[in-house]
Design a protein around this ligand. Structure first.
Ligand SMILES: Cc1ncc(COP(=O)(O)O)c(C=O)c1O
Length: 409
């Protein structure tokens, strides 16, 4: 059998007809977040009325004569209707113009870096970024000639000072950061980036579009690991980029197709299903995290609690301004050092010991040995007595009781 071919393409194909603007713009202007989460990106199927988008498990599409595409679909790396629905939904939730769905958060980040930077360019980067993002920037993009300078996202002046005028193309932040929950002032950082002719990229994974909408605050690109709160059920790995500017969208769209790290239709469908309940879940995650923080604060075995909802958190005021609530991630340090941190992780039962975050179930992890092992020995190294919780949506009393028993006397 001849290998499957796709038509040559040097330009990103126009998005399928029903995708651009109509759904995102209409729903953005008229509807609340929850309504957009449930309806944006997809109209009930015209032939069957199916209210949920089908999983279009197809790699190619029949053409009505050469080039006669139905709805712009020709090959599923370029576009697939299930992915289109997800991309439209994400764009509407982030109040962007275009969304792009990828096979993972890191695939989204890699595509973004290659779309918007070239060898010799520079980016400013959080000094406590997610370890995998750091590894991508330092160990993969670095050897290809992309330089970076770590800076504290909470310190606007430090971020400004890290810029190399003319060479810095991206100011990249996470807020809240993973795992120390530092807060970057998105509006101020957008000003800093734009003054230098750079773009502001915000990894919005921890907050989710329900709690924070960086594009509205002036950011140029939103990054998600949709594996986390967007998917929300720990059953799919995915990533996304959302932008307002159509020129940036065109570059990303071209690279999405040219590099090919797209979300498959099954994964897109699961993520879309997760997004429909994002608002409800985030409210419960935040409620439960507040209960957990209340318990941990002042506990004799706990030396420090990191949560932007705490009034004494240095980023509290900024977080209160730019976030709807403070989210489900809580980090804390224990009195007994690394040994005690590892023991707490081992003893917990309702909190499952595992990597990742943002699912309905509560997770506990030791960042130094697990998610952030890749930054050991670098300026991004995390404290050895640090524990990160992803507070799920179980009964709050059970979560507190579990922590009480795993922390011990
Ligand atoms: C803040 C943040 N950004 C990006 C990623 C990478 O996403 P993925 O694991 O889906 O590739 C993660 C993963 O944990 C993350 O926590």
């Amino acid at each position: 059998m001849a290998p499957q071919e796709e038509p040559p393409r040097d330009k990103w194909p126009p998005a399928p007809e029903h995708y651009p603007r109509r759904v995102t713009q209409e729903h953005r202007n008229k509807s609340g977040f929850e309504t957009r989460a449930i309806h944006a990106g997809y109209e009930p199927d015209p032939t069957t009325g199916a209210v949920i988008p089908p999983i279009f498990a197809t790699s190619t599409y029949k053409q009505d004569g050469v080039g006669g595409l139905r709805g712009g679909y020709e090959y599923s790396r370029s576009a697939n209707p299930t992915r289109t629905a997800l991309e439209g939904n994400l764009a509407a939730l982030e109040e962007g113009e275009r969304g792009f769905a990828f096979a993972s958060g890191l695939a989204a980040e890699d595509t973004l870096l290659r779309a918007l930077t070239r060898p010799g360019d520079h980016l400013v980067f959080p000094d406590d970024a997610y370890g995998g993002t750091f590894r991508l920037v330092d160990k993969v993009a670095g050897p290809w000639g992309l330089e970076h300078t770590p800076a504290q996202v909470a310190d606007v002046d430090a971020m400004r000072a890290a810029i190399r005028p003319g060479t810095t193309k991206l100011v990249w932040v996470e807020t809240p950061t993973n795992p120390l929950l530092n807060i970057g002032d998105i509006e101020a950082l957008a000003g800093v980036a734009h003054d230098a002719g750079a773009l502001l990229v915000v990894d919005n994974t921890f907050a989710s579009p329900y709690l924070q909408q960086p594009l509205v605050l002036g950011a140029d690109v939103v990054v998600h690991s949709t594996t986390k709160y967007c998917g929300g059920h720990s059953d799919v790995v995915g990533g996304a980029l959302v932008v307002r500017d159509l020129e940036i969208a065109e570059k990303i769209g071209f690279h999405q197709n040219a590099m090919g790290a797209v979300a498959g239709p099954f994964d897109a469908w699961l993520t879309l299903r997760g997004l429909r309940t994002l608002a409800l879940r985030m409210d419960r995650h935040s409620d439960n995290a507040e209960r957990v923080v209340e318990f941990l604060t002042g506990h004799p075995q706990v030396s420090h609690v990191y949560y932007p909802g705490l009034p004494e958190h240095p980023g509290h005021e900024v977080a209160a301004r730019q976030m709807r609530r403070f989210g489900g991630i809580v980090s804390f340090r224990v009195i007994g050092g690394e040994e005690q941190a590892l023991a707490v992780c081992d003893r917990s039962e309702v909190f499952t010991l595992g990597e990742s975050l943002g699912g309905v179930e509560s997770l506990i992890e030791h960042p130094g040995r697990m998610t952030h092992a890749s930054v050991a020995g670098t300026e991004l190294e995390v404290p050895p007595d640090l524990i990160r919780l992803s507070v799920g949506i179980e009964t709050a009393d059970d979560l507190v009781a579990d922590l009480e028993s795993s922390l011990g006397g």
